[in-house]
Ligand binder design. Sequence first.
Ligand code: FE
Ligand code: FE
Length: 315
Amino acid sequence: MATPIITDGTMERVISAPRVVLPDTVGLFAERASRFLQLANGHPMADYLKLMAAVSQAQHDVIGAREAPVVPDEALERSRDYGMPPLTALSHARDPQWRDDLRDLLAQVEGHGVPAQAMVKAVRALDDISTEALADRLLAGSTLDTDAAAVPLVGAALQTYFTRLAASINVDLVKNFDVHTVCPVCAMRPVASVVRLGGERNNLRYLCCSLCSCEWNMARIKCSACEDDKTVHYLSLQAGGDDSEPASNTVGIAAARRAEACDECKSYLKIFYQEKDPSVDPVADDLASLALDVLVDERGFGRSGPNLLFHPGSA
Ligand code: FE
Ligand code: FE
């Protein structure tokens, strides 16, 4: 008997689905703020998640308040001619606009009262030079424990600025970038990946940039740090959720969140399934599931991408 040919359209969709999706500056941060509030409901870290909702809401208000600076021609040429990400975070000369964003975020979050005080005070204590130095450390993944209180607002301001810039470039410039483990726009590592639901991206996995909010497609069941596809496995907070993919044997919110761990490079990153919870957000769901990080860290895996609203070890 002939082997049936799969005709569910999966291959056609992979071919026609966008390889890179630039951020939507209109809805992104407002939707994240709503997700944080939703997740805060009954959560042991509710106050913290509500504070992060206020930070995301401030990002929403601030991102539309300014025009993106013009990306220098040399950066666009390097991208066109040599396939370099046009806004490479570690070498991009940041426009001082990002510190205006930081100042506005600060003013807005201050209205959140007592829970915001430590963070606001820590940022106010920085002059421009130390603010830039902290931004450099945050982008290089080398923040210090003494930076912890200032990290969420400085990270949020950098995200706001880079997201605005990323949305201003032409996607054709970056859609053929051939390195899959870093962002094609800013070369930062992803915060998490999301398996999308609906439309031409249905059932496809996208890595979500920790900085500029760009998303890029990567095959599933593949390590997002070293691209190994033999030793990747999945860990969740529910018993029995160890192996299969997608998370079919778990229920509730735990089913929507897993850690994709790789024995080859001993790293992990979380993966969220919209099919299990359509509202998942890579940044908010990541911060609402720090217990999963603890579980995976205990098993000897190191996290491969940052969450810029959070200094590791400060929870
Ligand atoms: Fe990026
Ligand atoms: Fe790996």
